[in-house]
Design a protein around this ligand. Sequence first.
Ligand code: HEC
Ligand code: HEC
Ligand code: HEC
Ligand code: HEC
Ligand code: HEC
Ligand code: HEC
Ligand code: HEC
Ligand code: HEC
Ligand code: HEC
Ligand code: HEC
Length: 315
Amino acid sequence: MTRRSTLCYAFLVVGGILFGTVAVAAEDEVAVKPFYTPKGADTCLKCHDEDSALPVYAISKTKHAQPADGRTPFAGLQCEACHGPGAEHAVFVQPGEKQAPIGTFGKNGSMTVSQQNQVCLDCHRGQERLAWQSSAHERNGVVCVSCHQIHIAHDPVLATRSQPDVCYQCHSKARSEFLKPSKHPVRAGKMACGDCHQVHGSETAALLKQPTVNDTCYTCHAEKRGPLLWEHAPVTEDCRICHFAHGSVQPTLLKKRAPVLCQQCHSQFGHPSIPRSASGLPGNNPSVFLLSGNCTNCHAQVHGSNHPSGAKLMR
Ligand code: HEC
Ligand code: HEC
Ligand code: HEC
Ligand code: HEC
Ligand code: HEC
Ligand code: HEC
Ligand code: HEC
Ligand code: HEC
Ligand code: HEC
Ligand code: HEC
């Protein structure tokens, strides 16, 4: 800082204390700070009432509009805690004149992506969002309010039933996966994307809630976790070797049907599982192992077995 500006700064501080912040505006050496309105929301609501083109009352039904809770915007700068200083904007103008600008959010908002996110992160830095920076969403310019709606009594992304539609705006592939015949009951409203994903950022590639795919699955399918007496190697490795996570055209979210599913790893000749005759040649006397249908008719414990003689995953 130069000597002059230090002096100015001292003057401004004293001036500010003595004459109120208005005195600051005169000095051109220091970037002029825009002002907050003295009365906050009361000022804004003079124009943004229910009859206006941009009504905002619904916010009063949200957790943000709780003046009694010292942590909320309404206990402090109120509307301007998010929109930024609005004194210049909140002036009645002559017909035909334009209102001075004020900070706005969203894709075409006047604030940059990082400015928008910073507003929210200033208050919401908690555990859940520690990994937000450099998460797939942050890196791709998604803002908090791409998913969250502020001026609405019930933010749709927070409710199990309405959350998926928020995500489908950008993830149409997921929508089509959950329309497949076998799927996790997302469309039925019994679970939502947030049951498996931590969308604010996580250590895993697909923003999963738990450190691995299997740990994520075990949160609900705990019986598959083991430890089991007879484990089936691919199961402990990664459920996705055999299952899709979202939806599948095969039953039980399977990637392929048995026997093909199993024969990716188990030789068809281990015990006969291709149509062939007793002489070992292809013919019209197919193997009992196929006649019985699916490998899982006999090897029912495909996820592993706790039975003393369950080594072959049959009981
Ligand atoms: C004197 C009337 C008036 C007051 C007071 C007022 N506004 Fe506005 N505001 C308007 C009008 C009119 C528009 C529409 C401007 C336009 O379309 O160009 C507007 C637009 C906005 C917008 C959208 C801006 C945009 O570019 O899309 C926001 C956000 C906003 N106001 C917030 C506030 C906040 C916060 C306050 C209180 C600090 C406030 N307003 C006080 C009249 C007012
Ligand atoms: C917690 C942050 C927050 C607070 C507090 C807040 N807003 Fe907003 N406001 C937003 C966001 C974000 C949007 C963008 C639309 C959305 O996501 O709901 C918005 C949209 C608007 C709009 C519509 C213009 C647009 O860009 O769509 C107006 C007008 C507005 N706010 C005025 C106000 C007024 C007046 C208050 C106080 C009564 C207020 N806001 C309080 C975050 C906030
Ligand atoms: C001045 C601090 C402050 C700012 C700025 C702020 N919030 Fe909040 N927000 C809070 C507080 C406090 C709560 C209530 C938390 C609670 O009840 O545990 C809350 C609650 C929420 C909730 C949960 C609502 C619910 O119904 O459970 C969401 C989502 C949220 N904020 C998102 C945002 C987003 C997005 C922004 C930026 C546009 C933002 N907040 C800006 C303080 C703030
Ligand atoms: C990709 C969509 C998405 C984005 C982007 C997003 N959120 Fe969320 N947010 C959610 C979902 C979904 C929930 C519900 C909790 C869950 O299912 O994990 C949630 C819950 C919340 C909550 C309430 C519960 C809690 O975790 O305390 C707050 C506060 C919140 N988000 C703040 C933010 C902030 C701040 C940002 C930006 C840094 C942000 N969110 C960005 C989807 C999103
Ligand atoms: C505004 C658009 C947008 C919204 C809304 C949105 N996302 Fe995303 N999401 C993206 C972008 C962009 C990426 C990064 C590019 C990619 O991988 O597709 C991403 C990445 C992801 C990833 C990680 C993909 C990977 O391969 O690592 C997951 C998981 C995800 N989003 C889930 C969700 C969920 C769940 C919701 C709803 C709560 C949601 N998203 C809402 C745009 C969005
Ligand atoms: C049962 C847990 C579960 C649920 C519920 C779930 N996901 Fe996923 N999702 C996963 C797993 C596991 C992966 C990693 C899959 C992979 O790598 O093959 C994934 C991958 C993704 C990806 C990145 C890879 C891709 O396919 O593009 C996106 C985006 C995604 N999920 C979005 C969503 C959305 C949106 C919802 C809600 C409509 C949702 N997920 C619900 C478990 C789930
Ligand atoms: C949030 C809880 C939850 C998580 C996490 C979860 N599931 Fe599920 N899963 C369910 C529910 C609920 C059902 C449906 C049960 C029913 O319809 O009876 C289900 C069903 C299934 C089915 C049988 C589908 C069918 O059509 O019969 C498979 C396979 C499955 N899940 C695999 C997985 C895998 C793999 C993961 C990890 C990527 C996973 N699940 C994570 C809750 C969960
Ligand atoms: C080697 C392939 C394979 C792997 C790996 C695998 N599964 Fe399965 N899973 C199957 C088959 C095959 C079925 C259908 C069983 C049947 O039709 O009797 C199935 C069915 C299911 C079902 C529905 C029926 C039941 O047993 O509850 C769930 C849930 C399930 N798997 C979860 C998981 C989870 C969680 C993982 C990872 C820990 C996993 N699977 C790993 C092959 C596999
Ligand atoms: C990704 C490869 C893979 C897939 C797919 C797979 N398995 Fe396995 N399976 C293994 C491995 C590895 C072992 C352990 C082999 C060992 O210990 O010698 C094993 C062991 C077995 C065993 C016990 C064998 C023994 O010698 O004790 C049976 C039975 C079995 N699998 C059946 C199945 C069935 C049925 C399916 C289809 C639903 C299937 N497997 C799919 C890799 C796979
Ligand atoms: C009619 C019942 C039946 C069907 C169907 C069946 N198996 Fe078996 N499988 C057995 C029996 C019994 C054994 C034990 C043989 C032994 O202990 O020597 C066995 C053993 C195995 C083994 C252990 C290695 C070995 O050769 O001993 C594997 C791997 C295996 N089966 C995979 C499969 C696959 C993959 C399928 C589907 C293509 C399948 N099985 C279908 C009854 C069946």
